[in-house]
Structures are given as structure tokens and as C-alpha cells.
Design a protein around this ligand. Structure first.
Ligand SMILES: C[S@@+](CC[C@H](N)C(=O)[O-])C[C@H]1O[C@@H](n2cnc3c(N)ncnc32)[C@H](O)[C@@H]1O
Length: 236
């Protein structure tokens, strides 16, 4: 990993090193330490939608943040491992799980995607979910392939992200060049064809969802329409 390269991007003015700084424990510990709750505390809508038709089993929530998704999954009967680079966030996850009475079904673990992209070593899970982990383009393939390795045979990978259209519509400020992505980025990275394409029925992954749905989000200026990238793959 070339942590100190300084590729300059003229569009946003952010170097690769600066983009990677936003993926460090220091950055996120400060963010999570500065406030009681950074995110809403509610599970992500896309996770709730996509898990509705799955039988609970083992789940890995990658870059879990404050753990609303992980705690929600545990309450649905999943045995959850929640990993993140921020120990401050992980401590909140453990506390939330205990408060909600699911501490026995949820484990926390440290994961630094830049140091080792595999979130759980050789362990595999029935569901691996990763929501809003936006990484620099040069790091994307290694990190998302590492995350995908944690899916057990017959298990699912669920990727949810902000869609780049949100910058064009003004719904969201640009996080940095190429950080938000479309479903195709995930499919291409994992060597998956879209459903209906010639090779779509072969290979490691079956595409169950590759979609870009919109939803309404509250903002200081009223409701805002935002678009998500949602990819759900099943490992054969
Ligand atoms: C936008 S938040 C999303 C949190 C959560 N998934 C959610 O949907 O609420 C991004 C998360 O990625 C984590 N993260 C950032 N850099 C990371 C890294 N290098 N390795 C693992 N997690 C990282 C942050 O600590 C943060 O919790």
C-alpha cells in the first residue's frame, strides 16, 4: 500500500494521500468522539429491504460505524460481527448492543481496509454487508475484493453506497474524485456480468440486485431526493 503517494487530482484538488487520510482511525475516532451520535441510529433502508427475504445466519457488517445496522441485524436473529477502523465507534456499537439486549449475538472487531482489505481473515459469513464505505479509486478493487472474500458459499454480499448522481443534482457535496460509485464498479471489480448478459449465469457470483433507487432524506432545507447504489450478489 503506497500510503504516502501524492497523486494530485485537478478536479477536486485532493491528493490520494489526503483522500486516504479520511480512511484512518485518527480521522474517524475524532469524528465519533466529538458527538454522542453521528448517524441517525436507524438501520439503513436498503439493508432492511434487502435482508427481508433472507434467513438469518451469520453476518458481517463492514465499516459498521455506530452499529445501527449491526444491532438491527442482531435483533432480527442474525449472529453479527461488526468491524470498523474506529475503536470509538466500536465501543458505541458494543454499548448499543447491550442496551438493546443483543450483546450475546454481536461481536465487534477492528478492521483497517487500507492495512489489510480482508475484514475477517479467513472467516466467512452468510451475509456480508457494507454501507457507504467510499474509498479512493486506486484502493477500490483491493478493498472490495477483500470484503467479498468474506462471503461464504451460498452467502450474499450487499453493497450500498451513495450514487454519483447526487453530486450532479446538488443533493450531496462531492466527497472526492470517484469516491461515490455506480453498481457497475462493483460488478466490474468482482468480474461479474449484469443479469441477462451472456456470461451472467457462470462464474462465482449471481447478481440478485444491481439497482440505483431513490429515496427521500430529511435536510435542513426540507426533504431531499437522494440516489443509492445497491448491489446484492450471491456466491455460488
Ligand atoms: C459513512 S460511514 C458509514 C457507517 C455505517 N456503515 C453506516 O451506514 O452508518 C463510513 C465508515 O467507514 C469506516 N471506515 C473509514 N475508513 C475505514 C478503514 N480504513 N477501514 C475500515 N473502516 C473504515 C468509518 O469509521 C465509518 O464508520
Amino acid at each position: 500500500m503506497h500510503r504516502h503517494e501524492r497523486h494530485h487530482d485537478h478536479r477536486s484538488g485532493q491528493t490520494l494521500a489526503e483522500l486516504r487520510d479520511a480512511l484512518t482511525a485518527g480521522f474517524w475516532d475524532e469524528r465519533y468522539g466529538g458527538s454522542d451520535r453521528v448517524w441517525s441510529g436507524r438501520p439503513n433502508q436498503r439493508l432492511v429491504e434487502q435482508v427481508a427475504d433472507l434467513e438469518p445466519g451469520t453476518a458481517l457488517d463492514v465499516a459498521c460505524g455506530e452499529g445501527a445496522d449491526a444491532v438491527w441485524l442482531a435483533k432480527q436473529g442474525w449472529r453479527v460481527t461488526a468491524v470498523d477502523v474506529s475503536q470509538v465507534a466500536l465501543a458505541k456499537v458494543a454499548a448499543h448492543a447491550d442496551e438493546q439486549g443483543v450483546g450475546d449475538r454481536l461481536r465487534i472487531g477492528f478492521y483497517d481496509a487500507l492495512a489489510d482489505p480482508r475484514p475477517a481473515g479467513r472467516r466467512t459469513f452468510d451475509l456480508v454487508t457494507v454501507s457507504f464505505l467510499h474509498v479512493p479509486v486506486p484502493d477500490f478493487a483491493a478493498i472490495y475484493r477483500g470484503i467479498a472474500e468474506a462471503v461464504a458459499p451460498g452467502g450474499r454480499l450487499l453493497v450500498t453506497a451513495h450514487h454519483p448522481d447526487d453530486v450532479a443534482t446538488g443533493a450531496r457535496h462531492d466527497h472526492g474524485p470517484g469516491l461515490m460509485f455506480e453498481p457497475d464498479r462493483v460488478l466490474e471489480t468482482l468480474g461479474v456480468d449484469r443479469p441477462g448478459e451472456a456470461d451472467g449465469k457462470d462464474g462465482t457470483w449471481e447478481v440478485e440486485v444491481a439497482d440505483t433507487p431513490v429515496r427521500e432524506q430529511e435536510s435542513a432545507d426540507g426533504p431531499l431526493v437522494v440516489r443509492d447504489t445497491v448491489v446484492r450478489l450471491r456466491r455460488r
